[in-house]
Design a protein around this ligand. Structure first.
Ligand SMILES: [Zn+2]
Length: 157
């Protein structure tokens, strides 16, 4: 199946919805420099289409680990779980930052399966996050608010 075309206008819309950051690990496009990649949340190989609801931004690390997967094993229970759906689920309900924002922890089966499958705490990116934290670029400011808008501190902060 040929890849579906994504126009510049649609990419801008998808990027705005994703707040110009990776929908999974929240790495900001302005921090890494190169454009983040368009991710088909349900992969084209599994019938996913190029609709705004099925598209998001992903960094090269997350996108390559996610590949054509939609599910992965929750390492805590050993049970297969859907991966996080950036346009259908709320990040804060499934993930939280620890270690001042250097390490992301899954709070639910979806979160844990996604952290493991996408290798969200690879030592290289954790080391890079520590540099971003040192200069105030990470974690994203809105990750320091809970669903009710109250300030939260990552444990270890
Ligand atoms: Zn990412």
């Amino acid at each position: 199946m040929p890849r579906q075309h994504i126009s510049r206008t649609q990419r801008l819309r998808v990027a705005a919805t994703a707040r110009n950051r990776c929908a999974y690990c929240h790495t900001a496009e302005r921090v890494i420099g190169p454009f983040l990649e368009i991710d088909h949340i349900v992969p084209e190989a599994a019938g996913g289409t190029a609709t705004d609801q099925n598209l998001t931004l992903a960094c090269p690390l997350c996108n390559s680990h996610k590949s054509d997967r939609t599910h992965a094993v929750d390492p805590e229970t050993g049970v297969l779980s859907p991966l996080f759906h950036p346009n259908g689920q709320v990040w804060h309900e499934h993930f939280e930052w620890t270690d001042k924002g250097a390490v992301v922890v899954g709070k639910t089966p979806v979160g844990r399966a996604t952290v493991a499958a996408l290798d969200l705490n690879h030592p290289d990116i954790v080391a890079t996050r520590r540099l971003w934290i040192a200069v105030g670029w990470h974690p994203p400011v809105d990750d320091l608010r809970d669903a009710g808008g109250r300030a939260v501190n990552p444990s270890g902060a």
